[in-house]
Ligand binder design. Structure first.
Ligand code: NDP
Length: 280
């Protein structure tokens, strides 16, 4: 078994972006809007801020109170949309329940939508048109490609169909000529799909859901899940110790997919900059 080391690939991606942005006329602008005090969100925003700082981006952390109205949040997004020095905008999820996340996400200009969650960018991805693609799924594909793991003609099973991970990954894998099964909580006989997968991606949010008997010998395992255990340690949706002697490759948690997500955000911010340049 070989580890798919997200830290190594992240470093390579960040170095590439650093090189690309070194001679631009101004620093790239990345705005992260955070509503409320969700603990996990704070960690994710800090990771983004660190990445932005390392690359010399102009990082705008817009913090709004838990009770902000949808209208107020839309106004903030409109201002960022109009700001010439802001290349990428994302709203950290989850948002409080008085706010409709779809409305918020779709207010971001598609050319600044570095999370790739607007209907326009989602549609482009389905149609295999160049667009801003959600960071985690793109990170998974880049990680596999770095390790020269073929995707074409492979049976790829994805467990979890969120707009952030599973659905866009199903499109990306299809666009890369895989045969895709997209599973979810209503899937009957999940094990049938997981145990036939050459590449198994699990993005559910349930600690150690997938064990040795549910994976194919020699499979490639991509574990997206991040779960906090009783002892405070993090673990994935796949039971690492149970599957490690049966599979060919596996992403560790932490140190796998999560590393790639932030690297792809850097790439998307540069891409957003180039997209707007083309539009001018
Ligand atoms: P969501 O909660 O949005 O989606 C979970 C999905 O899992 C749903 O499609 C749900 O099905 C499905 N599901 C739930 N229970 C089962 C089950 N028993 N069997 C099969 N499918 C099931 O999660 P996210 O996609 O946002 O995140 C998933 C995990 O990945 C979380 O642990 C999250 O923290 C992590 N994550 C990690 C990232 C990274 O960078 N490493 C980035 C994003 C997320 P249904 O649709 O029917 O409800």
């Amino acid at each position: 078994m070989e580890l798919l080391d997200g830290k190594v690939v992240k470093q390579k991606v960040l170095e590439e972006v650093k090189e690309l942005v070194s001679n631009l006329e101004r620093p790239l602008g990345l705005a992260v809007v955070q509503v409320g005090d969700d603990e996990a969100s704070k960690v994710y925003v800090r990771q983004k801020e660190k990445m932005a700082g390392d690359l010399g981006f102009d990082f705008r952390h817009v913090k709004l109170p838990e009770n902000v109205t949808e209208e107020e949040l839309l106004k903030v997004i409109d201002e960022l949309n109009l700001d010439e020095n802001v290349d990428g905008i994302l709203v950290q999820m989850p948002v409080p329940k008085q706010i409709n996340s779809k409305v918020i996400q779709n207010r971001i200009l598609p050319c600044k939508d570095v999370d790739g969650l607007t209907d326009i960018n989602s549609g482009c991805l389905v149609h295999d048109k160049d667009s801003l693609v959600p960071c985690t799924p793109q990170g998974i594909v880049d990680l596999l490609k770095y390790y020269n793991i073929p995707i074409e003609s492979k049976n790829v099973t994805i467990v979890g169909r969120s707009d952030l991970v599973g659905k866009p990954l199903a499109s990306l894998m299809t666009n890369n000529n895989a045969t895709v099964s997209l599973c979810h909580s209503k899937t009957k006989n999940l094990e049938f799909y997981t145990s036939n997968a050459d590449i198994l991606v699990v993005a559910v949010g349930k600690a150690k859901l997938i064990k040795e008997d549910a994976v194919k010998e020699g499979a490639v395992i991509v574990d997206v899940g991040i779960n906090r255990q009783a002892d405070g340690k993090l673990c994935g949706d796949v039971d690492f110790d149970s599957v490690k002697d049966k599979v060919s490759y596996i992403t560790p948690v932490p140190g796998g997919v999560g590393q790639m997500t932030v690297a792809e955000l850097a790439k998307n911010t540069y891409k957003a900059y180039t997209l707007r340049k083309k539009l001018k």
